[in-house]
Design a protein around this ligand. Sequence first.
Ligand code: NAD
Length: 331
Amino acid sequence: MYRATLIPGDGIGPEVTNAAIKVIEAAGVDIQWDTRYMGQIALERFGNPLPEDTVKSIENNKIALKGPVMTQIGGGFRSVNVSLRQQLNLYANIRPIKSFEGVKSMYKNVDLVVFRENTEDLYMGIEHMVGTDAAESVKIITRHASERIASFAFNYAVKEKRRKVTCVHKANIMQLTDGLFLSSVRYIASKYPDIEYNEMTAENLCMKLVMCPEDFDILVLPNLYGDLVAELGAGLVGGLGVVPGVNIGAESAVYEATHGTAPDLAGKGIANPTASILCGAMLLKRLGERTASEKIHNSVIKVLAEGKYVTPDQGGRASTDEMAEAVIRNL
Ligand code: NAD
């Protein structure tokens, strides 16, 4: 039996993570879930959106499944997601972006993986007012963090037999910060002569991703561009409901869907559980349960392709639970 932390989160989080847990159980993997809270629900219950015991539980179990949590925008609070990543040093955000048959999207053959540096850049939250009418944000890029995310991406490329890594930057404008990111990735690339390597400015990448996404394989980016491009990537394959992700560090891995709490759907039981179930499949792979992981992945592919038991965002009529049950039947 394994132990893992479960953070149901806010909004649709409890509904979609519950669907993932049911599917994992049905795939025959026994996980004892240590349920902890963060976000709005934790703020209401404990007066703290990121209680210490939640972080400790992930530190102990080293693996977690997390639902989305509500973040106050511009309210003076730090994002609890960013805090969690920094406290656990979850330095890599990885999002596999893949086309699924049956999912309405503009493209058919997208298969790329985004590796986003997760701990620094403008997301360190070092901001201050300069007088009353100007504000300043500090962008930090270090060689250590840049080489670390690049190594992660190249190691993954070797392990998963991928063909190409593209480094995305704006070193033409931010010569020191993005220049350091670029030279760090270039240095790591030089150690992997068998993996094709190229570089692209962020705006050029955005255009090319929209024009010919099938040309891309692995993208490695600093934090801010990584955030934007990962979401653009989700748009290429049918939206947030179908893209899983993981925040990973040397010690722990936190699996979470790309989407937010979807307040418009919360409590209605119709949120698409695909991303969360695919997160569950990724989590099982890390536990070494490769067969169960593949079974879940293949079953999701079948259910989406058939299109009979899919949620309203995919043009279907199924509830979150009915879609999860269909995935279970097809395991
Ligand atoms: P959102 O992803 O919650 O919603 C955007 C749109 O996508 C909505 O129309 C929603 O109904 C739809 N959608 C999202 N997930 C879906 C699903 N599984 N099935 C069907 N439709 C789905 O983004 P938002 O509205 O910008 O954010 C809402 C809240 O979520 C905010 O408080 C934000 O801070 C938070 N958020 C949290 C995370 C996280 O914890 N990782 C990520 C993104 C946003």
